[in-house]
Design a protein around this ligand. Sequence first.
Ligand code: C5P
Length: 230
Amino acid sequence: MTTIADKIILALDVPTKKEALALVDQLREQISFFKIGLQLYTAEGPEIVRAVLSKDAKVWLDLKLHDIPNTVARAVESASNLGVNMLTIHLSGGSEMIRAATAARTNNITILGVTVLTSANEQTLREIGIADRVADQVLRLAKLGVEAEIDGIVASPREIKKLRTEFGNKIKIAVQGIRPSWAEPGDQKRFMTPRQAAEAGADYLGIGRPITTHPRPREALAKILAEVTT
Ligand code: C5P
């Protein structure tokens, strides 16, 4: 059975291996899934992935790959060999790139597709020649991903329901932009509480600063787990 603790993924958005592993050590008893993104991976490379995996933890490598199909396929192979559990690609790379990625999966790796980044708005789409509304572009890219056998989609909280209605349980949905009721929103403008996101049907909740910048991360995580369970 999947528990709420299995759904929560801590974003290790810190600059060094030392800080990342300190967080994993503090929180590993409560959760087992950690996200390594561009900042930490660029600083510490595959060694940080191996170090987190060696704590009997799972790793989401959030590199948002977007390149020619062959290069993306080879990077998927490298991530699979490293033992990463989940990896992200940009669906705007097109169906050939997505297919190259899904065909290169080994070791049970899950590939999630990014549609439109939550930092982008209609103006951003216009700049790059897309005349559609953000919501329509999200759905178009998600469909492209599903047709090319993507395992899941990275979504903003307010897209969960629509994606679930469209694709049922064929895909995993990972959301970010989660703010517990007691946390500062920070730069997050469109957020949901962990409970709302879980109830809306998210499979994974990626959470960073509400836990990592809290003076007592274990306590922050315990409060989140309690908030979703009760
Ligand atoms: O804001 P927070 O620190 O909880 O973000 C956790 C992760 O979610 C970060 O790695 C960030 O890249 C990602 N994120 C996102 N979309 C947002 C906000 C954050 O993908 N709107």
